[in-house]
Design a binder for this molecule. Structure first.
Ligand code: NAD
Ligand code: UD1
Length: 385
């Protein structure tokens, strides 16, 4: 088990029964635990006795829900705050099936200072992982103020609530988008930062806010995790990436081609300076990414040292290579057409993963075939309810 988290100052955990405003899962929501591969049937230790509670803002979302599972498996207690603007309402039920234990969820906005104060008062929060954000780069060009409001306002509200509660450990979801168009490949953490759209601007601004805040008080221990391209789903096929709107990213779009919802993948350019002319990215299995959060949090707890690391594999795959991997998972060739380049796209982005390996001992383990097979298992199961 991990070492106990330092508790928020002067906070006592209250009993759970009868607490208003928290909704848990309903014990399965029609999902049969026996049908879940890898489900142990045993209850997950909550760690309540040690007061180890991690707050996951945006914890019902794609990366947050997988990280919730990984934290529970590592023996941490966790509580979710999510407004479900980009998550399905049945995610808590599914998390209960996977973890075999109740899931505590606060439904609300991360910018709501009163709600945050209540969460810190009602739980012995030792650390927060801040996933909640708007994340569609294209949409951010149309709605920059919404992105600034949610992404910067959410972070500052959380930081203020944490400081008020005496909780100074934070893991932040950043992105390879802060590298803009990388000049050096694979990209090290020391590469110059930039942005190509308002979403990227907010991620860079959040990193800079965290630098200022971290420098202002030595009690802060802040992990900035720069994700490359997360894909795939949990082995249970109960949680995964579930876009509420149009699928902007490659793998969710390919999944819809596989489901028959779209005729063919539009390959955004085949004249890039890459091995087959299509864009190259560093795809990382979401379960590996989730494990990276647990390791980063462990490092914060053990050392109190802030860190900024890439979470990627160090290997790049082209659009056509990913389409081929997904076709293998589905068992038939999926169609594509070549379309014009997407505005703001870059040829290649691949992580230098060596710092995460040296500092955290983190190495991604799962390859693109596992990513695509688990994505397909999730979306085809979701299609059938
Ligand atoms: P997601 O949309 O699935 O998860 C975000 C969650 O936050 C959702 O459940 C949503 O309902 C919630 N949320 C949004 N606004 C909120 C608000 N105001 N108050 C409370 N909850 C709110 O996205 P994800 O892919 O899981 O991304 C998680 C984080 O990782 C984000 O910060 C994102 O910018 C970052 N990130 C994602 C990727 C990626 O490719 N998925 C890559 C790099 C960085
Ligand atoms: C996108 C976001 C970026 C975010 C990252 C990780 C944009 C402009 N950028 O980048 O901010 O940090 O996801 O979530 O949205 N592709 C196609 N057809 C498609 C979709 C994608 O050919 O329908 C290609 C793209 O041109 C690219 C590759 O697939 O070469 C991956 O695209 P995508 O999944 O959108 O990720 P990023 O471009 O890395």
């Amino acid at each position: 088990p991990p070492p106990p988290l330092p508790l928020a100052r002067g906070r006592r955990r209250r009993g759970r029964a009868g607490r208003r405003g928290i909704s848990g899962g309903t014990g399965g929501g029609g999902v049969d635990p026996a049908a879940v591969p890898g489900h142990s049937g045993r209850g997950t230790r909550t760690g309540d006795a040690m007061g180890q509670t991690v707050l996951l803002t945006g914890g019902a979302g794609y990366i947050g829900s997988h990280t919730f599972v990984a934290l529970r498996a590592a023996g941490h207690d966790a509580v979710i705050l999510d407004n479900f603007s980009n998550a399905r309402g049945d995610v808590p039920d599914r998390l209960e099936v996977i973890t075999g234990a109740p899931v505590r969820v606060y439904r609300g906005d991360v910018r709501d200072a009163a709600l945050l104060a209540r969460i810190f008062a009602e739980n012995a929060i030792g650390a927060a992982i801040h996933f909640a954000a708007l994340k569609a780069a294209g949409e951010s060009v149309e709605k920059p103020l919404d992105y600034i409001d949610v992404n910067l306002g959410g972070l500052t509200a959380l930081l203020k609530a944490m400081r008020e509660a005496g909780c100074f450990r934070l893991v932040f979801s950043s992105s390879a988008t802060v590298y803009g168009t990388p000049e050096v490949l694979p990209v090290p953490e020391t590469a110059p930062r930039g942005y190509a759209n308002p979403y990227g601007f907010t991620k860079l601004a959040c990193e800079q806010i965290l630098e200022q805040v971290g420098a202002s008080d030595p009690r802060w221990a802040i992990a900035t995790l720069r994700y490359f391209n997360p894909v795939g789903a949990h082995a249970s096929a109960l949680i995964g990436e579930d876009p509420q709107d149009f699928p902007n990213n490659l793998v969710p779009f390919v999944a819809e081609v596989a489901l028959g919802k779209r005729a063919a993948l539009n390959v955004f350019g085949d004249d890039w300076p890459t091995r087959d002319g299509t864009g190259v990215r560093d795809y990382i299995h979401v379960e590996d990414l989730a494990r990276g959060h647990v390791m980063s949090l462990g490092h914060l707890i053990a050392t109190g040292q802030s860190h900024t690391v890439n979470l990627g594999t160090g290997r790049g795959y082209s659009v056509l290579e990913m389409l081929a991997a997904y076709s293998r998972a589905v068992g038939r060739e999926l169609p594509h057409v070549v379309a014009p380049r997407r505005a703001g796209d870059v040829a290649e982005v691949v992580a230098d993963p060596s710092k995460a390996a040296a500092l955290l001992g983190f190495r991604a383990e799962k390859g693109v075939d596992e990513m695509c097979a688990s994505s397909w298992a999730f979306v085809s199961r979701r299609r059938n309810g």
